[in-house]
Design a protein around this ligand. Sequence first.
Ligand SMILES: Nc1ncnc2c1ncn2[C@@H]1O[C@H](COP(=O)(O)OP(=O)(O)OP(=O)(O)O)[C@@H](O)[C@H]1O
Ligand SMILES: [Mg+2]
Length: 249
Amino acid sequence: MRPTPVLSVQGLAKRFTLHLRGGQVLPVLQDVSLQVGAGECVALVGASGQGKSTLIKCLHGSYGIDAGQAWLQSEAGAVDLAQATPQQVLALRRREIACVSQFLRVLPRVSTLGLVVERALQAQPAPAASADDGDDLAQRTARARLAAGALLQRLNLPEPLWGLPPATFSGGEQQRVNIARGFIAPARLLLLDEPTASLDAANRRVVIGLIDEAKAAGTAIVGIFHDEEVRDAVATRCVNLVAPIVEPA
Ligand SMILES: Nc1ncnc2c1ncn2[C@@H]1O[C@H](COP(=O)(O)OP(=O)(O)OP(=O)(O)O)[C@@H](O)[C@H]1O
Ligand SMILES: [Mg+2]
């Protein structure tokens, strides 16, 4: 018997209603179905504007899903992301769904190292309340700082930048901070929207290595990789999104 996929999307639809354009409706995704098992990396392909990023945002809970289902086998059982409450989505994002988008959106004024450490701590299970909580937190923070530093080093982010907030970093530097936050903690589902778009060849290879390790750890991955070399290296399967048929008004 085949194991239950980590993510099972059936008949998903998403449309945008442009209220400032007289209510014009853009039907972007229609009847999208895909399944992703543990350790698989499914690459979304399709022309520009076809809805690849929209699908990633639907699965990350940034956009609501208009129709269909998206079942995630979470730690607490199966959750339909199409029906999940904002609280459920936030809890899943803390522990089980990680996302690397093309753009870095983080709290301003927090250092780069702090942002990666924060993500590492957030993904850990809450410790049982006990008298030595303070010590435990100090130890967990120290371990997270070591892991975050090692990952930033692996991504060739110069150490003098680690203490600075990434707002003024170059595109490729910001993207590597994003990647570090996406990969610092194990995830059940990892969503990647062009994670190597601004990277040089050496850093692209680092990201390929990180994706391979996540697959080996059993993470289910849905990704968009415009770079064919990266896609060929990491994708176990490609899913082609096709444009919905728009009926004339
Ligand atoms: N928030 C939004 N409001 C209105 N329309 C949107 C919104 N987000 C996306 N769209 C539209 O949905 C369509 C799909 O966009 P999306 O960004 O998902 O495409 P894509 O396949 O990721 O393209 P690319 O390969 O260029 O990144 C586009 O026509 C876009 O204009
Ligand atoms: Mg896109």
